[in-house]
Design a protein around this ligand. Structure first.
Ligand code: GDP
Ligand code: GDP
Length: 436
């Protein structure tokens, strides 16, 4: 579960994003109808020799208008903060530059494992060019070519060698894992602190793979919860903490490890474009989602305010129509404990399985109510539907010809399933297949 993280660092144009894309490969998938999901990825997962890992292209994290050298220095710091292993990329064509030396110095001090990759070694004759790079003070440099896909295997062998021994995470089945994501300053840390400050049992603090991540397991009404704390959520103040890409990175890491994601909004400031993007990531990852409106104490309100805010949320987050909304104040702790029943409900629905016979009755009723569409003289025939997975609940609809299945009809079936079984809090996925 707790996958190691690899970060790529190096100055601009050495080939970081080329190599990132090579390693992440085809795995990048973006659900088309999720609004605002950025397409320039800096975060993905890779796999090598049956090791799965997260990978970050720190080059994609632009730090405001920091001067060049300052920016790559900050990117190196992010790599150190986030990663278990760092791939440091240099360019064989240009030799060792002073920017490379800067980065090397920072990485060296961190004591994190660093694997040095000399890129743009496009053919064997060029391998001699790597010797200059011994001067950077790391172990043997690995010659690679990002654009030709050469040497990546050897490089990844070495990276994988440095993965920490997998920490035996107590994978207790009955623990619900959740995280809080949202823009900076919406009150995520305050909520976590307020929850943990409640005088109830904190069962344990579990250190994550990366240095400062502390997950806390917590009990409420005889249910255990683990709050996924991404590194640094409780300690702050770095220059890059407030950069958008960095908070996205934090959010993605947290989402990866959660069953339920709390998308935190600032009631005082209202909904902003970035909120939608962040919420889109949770949706896209197929996690259960709860929308939390924080700082409700600071909002001037009458009896209509909450309803109006809810309507605004529904209008802005159409793709999260399944997510319950909870209004809280971390400051006054008002309604804070309402979060737990909501998380529990969402988590139960996220892993709910429904009986095939009942499911097919629901579908038969749905078809009777709204007949299947036709296209080019052919009518869609639905033979049967079966649930093939949970987290999120995933259904396969077997049909005569998937081409005739319209998006709108799929959506209709999805809504019927939702209404019949009550999948509040969780997305559900529908896959249409041809019956052979
Ligand atoms: P980044 O700024 O470090 O992310 O670098 P990019 O991945 O954007 O690559 C910068 C340029 O170098 C692009 O034009 C790439 O096509 C090119 N490039 C990347 N890897 C290689 C390589 O292995 N060989 C050669 N010849 N060019 C490469
Ligand atoms: P984070 O960046 O999302 O983790 O946000 P923080 O938890 O650091 O909170 C940002 C600021 O909002 C701090 O100054 C908090 O004191 C303040 N804050 C957090 N929760 C509340 C709340 O419920 N009401 C009010 N009025 N302020 C809050």
């Amino acid at each position: 579960m707790n996958k190691p993280t690899v970060a790529i660092v190096g100055r601009p144009n050495v080939g970081k994003s080329t190599i990132f894309n090579r390693i992440v490969g085809e795995r990048i998938s973006i659900v088309e109808d999720t609004p605002g999901v950025t397409r320039d990825r800096i975060y993905g997962t890779g796999e090598w020799l049956s090791h799965e890992f997260h990978i970050i292209d720190t080059g994609g994290i632009e730090i405001g208008d920091a001067p060049f050298l300052e920016e790559i220095r900050l990117q190196a710091e992010i790599a150190i903060e986030e990663a278990d292993v760092i791939i440091f990329i240099v360019n064989s064509r240009e030799g060792v530059t002073s920017a490379d030396e800067e980065v090397a110095k920072i990485l060296f001090r961190s004591k994190k494992p660093v694997v040095l990759a000399v890129n743009k070694v496009d053919n064997p004759e060029m391998r001699a060019d790597i010797y200059d790079f011994y001067a950077l003070g790391f172990n043997e440099p690995f010659p690679i070519s990002g654009s030709h896909g050469l040497g990546l295997g050897d490089l990844l062998d070495e990276v994988v060698n440095h993965f920490p021994e997998s920490k035996e995470e107590n994978e207790e089945e009955d623990v619900i894992k959740f995280s809080l994501i949202g823009r900076p300053n919406v009150g995520k840390s305050s909520i976590v602190n307020a929850l943990l400050g409640e005088e109830r049992v904190i069962v344990s603090d579990i250190a994550g793979t990366t240095r400062d991540a502390i997950d806390s397991t917590y009990e409420f009404d005889e249910q255990k919860y683990t709050i996924i704390d991404t590194a640094g959520m409780r300690k702050k103040g770095k220059v890059y903490e407030n950069t958008e890409k960095y908070s996205v990175l934090r959010a993605l890491k947290a989402i990866d490890r959660s069953d339920v994601v709390l998308v935190v909004l600032n009631g005082e400031e209202g909904i902003q474009e970035q909120d939608k993007k962040i919420a889109g990531y949770a949706h896209e990852a197929g996690r259960a989602v709860i929308i939390v409106v924080n700082k409700w104490d600071a909002v001037e309100k009458d009896e209509k305010t909450m309803k109006e805010f809810e309507e605004k949320i529904r209008a802005h987050f159409l793709f999260l129509d399944y997510a319950p909304i909870v209004f809280v104040s971390a400051k006054t702790k008002k309604r804070l404990t309402n979060l737990f029943p909501a998380i529990k409900m969402a988590s139960e629905n996220h892993e709910m399985r429904v009986q095939s016979s009942v499911l097919n009755d629901v579908i038969a009723d749905a078809i009777a109510m709204n007949p299947t569409p036709s296209d080019k003289g052919r009518k869609l025939k639905i033979f049967y539907v079966t649930q093939v997975g949970i987290k999120p609940p995933t259904f396969v609809v077997f049909v005569n010809d998937p081409e005739i299945m319209h998006f709108s009809y799929e959506r209709f079936l999805q809504n019927r399933i939702r209404e019949a079984f009550g999948f509040e809090g969780t997305p559900i996925h529908i896959i249409t297949r041809q019956r052979k």
